[in-house]
Design a protein around this ligand. Sequence first.
Ligand code: PEP
Ligand code: MG
Length: 898
Amino acid sequence: MTMTKWVYGFGGGSADGDASMKNLLGGKGANLAEMSSLGLPVPPGFTITTEVCTAYYENGQAYPADLESQVEAALGKVEGIVGKAFGDKSNPLLVSVRSGARASMPGMMDTVLNLGLNDETVEGLAGLSGDRRFAFDSYRRFITMYSNVVLGVGHDAFEEVLDETKDRLGVSQDTELAAADWERVVGRYKQVVLDETGAEFPQDPKAQLWGAVSAVFASWMNDRAKFYRRMHDIPESWGTAVNVQSMVFGNMGDTSATGVAFTRNPSTGEAKLYGEFLINAQGEDVVAGIRTPQALTKAGREEMGETKPSMEEAMPEVFAQFRDTVGRLERHYRDMQDIEFTVEQGRLWMLQTRNGKRTAKSALKIAVELASEGLIDREEAIQRVEPQALDQLLHPTLDPKAPRTVIAKGLPASPGAATGKIVFDSDEAERLGQLGEAVILVREETSPEDIHGMHAARGIVTARGGMTSHAAVVARGMGRPCVSGAGGVHIDDKAGQFTASGQTFKAGQIITIDGSTGDVIEGKVAMIEPELTGDFQTLMAWADAARRLKVRANAETPLDASTARGFGAEGIGLCRTEHMFFDDTRIAAVREMILADDEAGRRAALAKIEPFQKADFVELFKIMAGLPVTIRLLDPPLHEFLPHNEEDVKAVAAATGLDADKLMSRAKALHETNPMLGHRGCRLGVAYPEIYEMQVRAIIEAALEVKAETGEAPLPEIMHPLVAKGQEMKFLRELTDRVAEAVFADRGDRLDYMVGTMIELPRAALRADDLAEYAEFFSFGTNDLTQTTFGISRDDSGRFLQAYLDKGIFEHDPFVRLDPEGVGDLIKIAAERGRKVRPNVKLGICGEHGGDPSSIAFCEGAGLDYVSCSPYRVPIARLAAAQAALSARSGTEREKDR
Ligand code: PEP
Ligand code: MG
């Protein structure tokens, strides 16, 4: 039987692992191994694998039996390389113990430094270093950190002792304490530990080591780490590795230092070494912000207007070695590196390197420049930029340097930032908007009747509702920043105010929202405007050349449509015609149509709506200039268009001359218990064909008019929603063709159009072959398809989904990321069965998933023809589609190689 290798050593110019072993060794461990093998100065150590973490949690927090002996052996090797012994009185080896997961989780988990110090080894360290003050300073740091991380003793008790000591001595700086002072502080710290824990501070270095290792594994499950994982989609099952590494000291006097560096600027991408360091300090001092760090380079110092010397000036020789080393690392990893280092008495040590986190702007610049430098090719440059991050560039964003006071948090429903006056009512929002005022619409939730208010507002906040709630979907479509489901916002409509974080905010007061984080912020915050030229254009052009999937937009207004084209949309994948019904100037006719007693009455009202619809389509066709435009016929249940309360009813009655009682009773009659599964979608067209007839006529006439005017024929794709059965599709196809032919005959001209269906119901997917007899295209409406596959209401999921996410039953919200198994299977089945009957059936997706990168990757795999998403997600989708195509291609190449 082969033994599992749980421990991987590194140092002394070689290593058991390498950079490719991130899954097993974590990012830090893998890169320490790689740097060792490259011959760089890395303090020797070893990595306990992520598999140990997984095994630890699977076995009731017990370690594998042979772990201890493997750790002993690895520790022995480290002792051999550095010529010191762990726990030795005169020549002690000290180590650091740090976490290191596959994906970096900065600051989320625990670290212990100076481990191995006790009452005896501290004397050894004093002798070795010739600096007693340094030795006891290190010991007290170790006691604080270890007690905090492993024994759960808070910092406060130690701070108190230190403050008291400084007061007594009449000094203000730690640096003013002498060796004997630190020695006394250590004595009192040990008493603190005894008082707080009821046990002596552990003196056995081995016990210290296992305590720290266990604490690191435990920190994988702390609340911070769990929250971070959820935010960044890191599975719990990955586990963390633990790195045990011999200590080097940046706090051994003025020839010692510690610092962090980026090989390029992480916020602008500029190709200049960037970073900070502190002389005579240990790693945590840089992070803790107690002392102000100095710049690494002379240029950096001058840029910051600092006077304290840079590392380049203060330590020119070590700096030269450092600059060479990090340049080598960047070329080796072919990416911008984020580096930690220490200088111990003039000698450079590399403690960490990893691909640096960066802003979207910086990511673009670095990818494009690395490609022009020949370090990576264009395909790799495309893969280097996270599509979602482009979002930062498409909307004005909050200046990250500006201070902010968050008063409530909700879902990041539609990205971008906005500042404006609080308004609770959509009419008021519109009125103020027309006066040129910036307003933020704050609602319990929104309904289609709020469209005008949402349009007039700079941003939207709702107290209820999820990522696919009305507010979220519509706001994303409009490119309005939106925070939905901000449960901490308690609205009192009558009083014209809301409370949040214990404060009251009245209508007219200024707030700011960040739709990319879900923050609702008091007052105004400084913003930065987007810039879509240069590196952005270059990378997008490369992406367009690499992708197979077409990218369209969900748009119904001319503004949305032209925004979408500006962002590179190749057509409209979903025009929701009901949004055109809600317009103020049309709603009266729409209500008249709904209230009509018979077909004749409905037709009369529809005749009033028809010219508006036609005019809308004319505009859309012109903007799209021959690109396909998918127009979906009326979808929502009719009662959504009716006034709901008595006040509204009276207003409508007055405006239309209709009878108020009749209006009210009709509204009641139309009420449905479960409208999502009720009289909506093509069921409206089946029951009242005259509605769909009007819409088809408006579409075809508009198309012919645009053709006559511009000489270019539009490409209308007429789409029927919520179809379940072949017979339904047959009826709808015949209706559509009949009306179109009548228009052609009437106008003496014709053009190509297509008739298709949405696939939003499991039955439609399963019987796609029946539908394909009559449908020339399928567009997967994955909002409804997810809803109907799971049987989870898309509007109510927010209330309980979190429990599913917390318990790991769902890894992701299926309304945000396409469920590749259930919903995905239905899509694959539909594609296959549809193609069997109609091999060239056009396939697309127009649910919210059409703008989600991982869902786009699924669509690439399923062989769809296009994805359609809200205008502001078009660039994200273009990049994600390119990445999906490249991954699919390299996957096939790997297959071929086998
Ligand atoms: C869908 O169901 O995915 C869809 C695009 O239609 P809607 O969101 O309008 O129901
Ligand atoms: Mg739908």
